[in-house]
Write a protein that binds this ligand. Structure first.
Ligand SMILES: Cc1cc2nc3c(=O)[nH]c(=O)nc-3n(C[C@H](O)[C@H](O)[C@H](O)COP(=O)(O)OP(=O)(O)OC[C@H]3O[C@@H](n4cnc5c(N)ncnc54)[C@H](O)[C@@H]3O)c2cc1C
Length: 472
């Protein structure tokens, strides 16, 4: 068969079911479509793709092309809309089928449907996507899955299977004749109008995009440094690359397969023993799957103000406090430090994400969807299910039966940044304060605060009182 292999959020050769299905093709055209629409400002005032994610994507595409070339093929990257480009290529090279992976998000599913319509009879085959579990592995139809994570986990853990991902093939079928003429250099960030991100030495994610970098990190975290064996103790950290796995950016664009991570984790446990930490990493991977099934089941409802709840609890206002939050200038140091890390590097720890999201929703009373959209533009690990699912959950409009999860930001600062090392790293203007004041600069006299050029909090919440320095 003459086949087009359409890469989307699956920029790898390892454990790639559509690629496996393409191996017997007589001719194979691997394609990635880059849609410039992603660079436009959307409904919530943010782009879908910001500079850090774009850099990571370009690195991932370069790596994929390199891996394809080593196997006798190439990656054709074209700018435009898939529903126009894919059918055009099929006609131009007289291809007989299109292979790709399944999608779970509504916009991507709608696009697949448009491509299928435009293909006018040429089959579009979808192989299982980036979930750990496939629909047929579930003990019940998707609509009947429990809405609460712990129940979901209990149900699927009983059906635990051994994942046997297929490794990358050694050779690939050749391109169709004439296709090499279409190959072109990837655009640069400047050509995309995004500018070049600075490299920031204190980044918690000092890694590159692409499958080789993902595999290297997997090897390191599970086998060399074995950071996974302390994961439960370190996972609430915020500084450096080692407090958590950092798998998420590669998982998000599919340079790394979650099934490969699970298989390697089992192999690690078989050799070195299972402990609370290795088990905890597994539970986090199940969170990822839980949000994926939630998105598949509820579709576009997850992106609405009221989320999955019939009644809308979440605040819906938007004022200058949202811009201050984005810029890392709210006057709450832990929040500001995390937001500046995000803008400078495209990464933020799990602890940080929970604190800043809760602060935007509960303390600043802003519409959570704008926060989620800001994350979408800036996070290099942006993933629709995990991002919008976690935001909706924190806003009290997700699948959790409880109303909102509220974090006391000052208490979090005292607990997770006791020496103020994290805020000192990202807020240089506070570095020269005595450590006990770095989380509470709002206690300084107005003139002192002004001299630091750090914003003043509107008011100190009552719930923070127990966490103020005793001297205050
Ligand atoms: C408001 C908010 C937004 C988020 N947005 C995203 C997002 O866009 N993309 C994303 O991948 N994660 C998101 N997360 C989840 C989580 O913060 C990140 O997955 C994690 O911090 C990534 O770092 P890591 O790979 O080192 O994670 P680790 O702690 O090492 O965990 C291992 C893996 O488990 C999965 N995982 C861990 N925690 C979660 C979780 N709460 N929800 C879903 N999966 C999880 C991820 O795939 C992660 O790579 C968000 C969390 C919050 C609170």
């Amino acid at each position: 068969m003459r086949t087009l292999l359409w890469f989307k959020q699956d920029l790898r050769l390892d454990d790639h079911p559509a690629l496996q299905a393409a191996l017997s093709a007589e001719r194979l055209l691997p394609v990635f479509v880059f849609d410039p629409q992603q660079l436009q400002i959307g409904e919530f005032g943010s782009r879908r793709l910001g500079v850090h994610r774009a850099r990571f994507l370009l690195e991932s595409l370069t790596a994929l092309d390199g891996a394809l070339r080593q196997r006798g093929s190439h990656l054709l990257v074209l700018p435009g809309a898939a529903e126009q480009l894919i059918p055009r290529l099929v006609n131009q090279f007289n291809l007989q089928q299109v292979l790709t992976l399944e999608e779970i998000a509504p916009q991507e599913r709608a696009q697949l449907a448009r491509v299928r319509r435009q293909l006018a009879g040429v089959p579009l085959q979808q192989a299982p996507g980036n979930n750990l579990l496939q629909a047929e592995d579930l003990p019940c139809p998707v609509e009947q899955l429990p809405q609460v994570y712990s129940q979901f986990r209990n149900l699927v853990e009983e059906r635990l299977q051994v994942f046997q991902p297929r490794p990358a093939p050694e050779r690939l079928p050749p391109l169709p004749d004439g296709a090499a003429a279409l190959l072109q250099a990837l655009p640069t960030l400047s050509q995309l109008g995004l500018g070049e991100p600075l490299s920031v030495p204190s980044s918690a994610f000092p890694f590159s995009g692409g499958e080789a970098a993902a595999q290297a990190r997997l090897r390191d975290y599970l086998w060399n440094s074995q950071g996974v064996r302390q994961y439960k103790e370190t996972r609430n950290g915020m500084i450096g690359s080692e407090y958590s796995s950092k798998f998420s950016p590669w998982l998000a664009n599919g340079s790394l397969s979650a099934r490969r991570v699970a298989a390697e984790l089992r192999r690690h446990e078989a050799q070195f023993g299972r402990n609370d930490s290795t088990h905890w990493l597994w539970l986090e991977l199940l969170w990822r799957d839980f949000f994926r099934w939630t998105l598949l089941r509820h579709g576009s409802a997850l992106f609405k103000a009221g989320g999955l709840k019939a009644t809308e609890h979440a605040p819906q206002q938007l004022d200058q406090r949202f811009a201050q939050w984005c810029q890392g200038r709210t006057g709450m140091p832990l929040v500001d430090a995390n937001m500046r890390e995000l803008a400078a590097t495209g990464f933020m720890s799990s602890r940080g994400r929970q604190v800043v999201a809760s602060y935007l929703i509960n303390d600043l009373q802003q519409d959570w969807r704008f926060g989620a959209a800001w994350f979408e533009e800036h996070l290099i690990d942006y993933d629709p299910a995990s991002n919008w699912g976690n935001w909706a959950y924190l806003a009290g409009v997700g699948c959790d039966p409880r109303h909102k999860r509220t974090f006391n930001a000052l208490r979090q600062a005292r607990e997770y940044d006791p020496d103020a090392a994290y805020v000192s790293l990202w807020l240089p203007e506070l570095r020269h304060l005595p450590p006990h004041l770095r989380h509470t600069p709002f206690l300084l006299a107005p003139a002192q605060l002004e001299a630091l050029n750090y914003p003043r909090l509107e008011r100190i919440p009552e719930t923070w009182k127990p966490y103020l320095p005793h001297a205050a």
